[in-house]
Design a protein around this ligand. Sequence first.
Ligand SMILES: Cc1cc2nc3c(=O)[nH]c(=O)nc-3n(C[C@H](O)[C@H](O)[C@H](O)COP(=O)(O)O)c2cc1C
Length: 305
Amino acid sequence: MGMSVDLSVKIGSKTLPNPVGVASGTFGYGSEYEELLDLSCAGAIFTKAVTLEPRVGNDIPRIIETPSGMLNSIGLANAGVKKFVSEKMPYLKKLPCAIVANVAGATEPEYIQVVKELEEADGLWGYEINVSCPNVKEGGLAFGTDPGQVERLTSTLRKLTSRPLIIKLTPNVTDITVIARAAQSGGADAVSLINTLVGMVIDVKKKKPVLAAKTGGLSGPAVRPVGVALTYRVSRAVSIPVIGMGGISNADDALQYMLAGASAIQIGTTNFIDPRAPYTVLEGIREYCVGNDIDTVDRLRGIIS
Ligand SMILES: Cc1cc2nc3c(=O)[nH]c(=O)nc-3n(C[C@H](O)[C@H](O)[C@H](O)COP(=O)(O)O)c2cc1C
């Protein structure tokens, strides 16, 4: 008889059933995976980005494989918030996992409007705010690179909702801990990290970048040590929970993040090659806890000093 492990994770006023989530942009809206995986093993589904207006995204090619990873420039392609609420939420809200809407925008009013419209949707667990988007009103610099903008955006959205508010940080900054603290000061319930790292691949025969958008976001196993190091640093800089991701493909990878200080994790790129990863990662975390006589996953957090 194995001992039972409390897998729940508290974030803000709510609780996730377990610490394993699936990352935005890598799991569609859940239904794409229902034949491949028992969705109840995912603690949370972080949806594809939701924007105010529908977006077709960037021109193709917009994905290329890289050593132990991939580079994408999808460009937040999605059907817009109205269709998300009317066409995706009715399915998502019936799932046994927490549904977290990943929200993106090009201006502050856009983020505000998306959250306002999502507040009307029942069955939504919370928000993950993608601040890696360029702010078109501030010269195109990403929101998430400026602590002042992050704090202001967070506190503005905080006033609109009592649902958990998670700020998703970009690693493309000089000091991510400054941005994490700004999110905490603005009233965030948690931060998640890392979003993709900016990268470029050049076709030397054609003498031009492979991606139509020239640069893209690097993800997959290649970025894992970066994600673990930044999770370690951020979890020591803030008192709110940290949700770690970047290159997680098995339970040991996930455990690295949790021992570094993450309260929960997300699986991204791996979903494309191993759709059962959320299940095997969760079972592996459970087994590790049992093997180490740990009765609640929360005790894994930050074991590394
Ligand atoms: C194809 C693709 C699309 C993505 N779309 C989004 C998105 O819409 N919003 C977002 O916040 N992150 C997006 N991401 C970033 C992932 O959620 C995650 O932060 C990143 O890929 C690192 O995790 P991984 O190495 O496990 O994939 C996307 C990643 C990929 C590969």
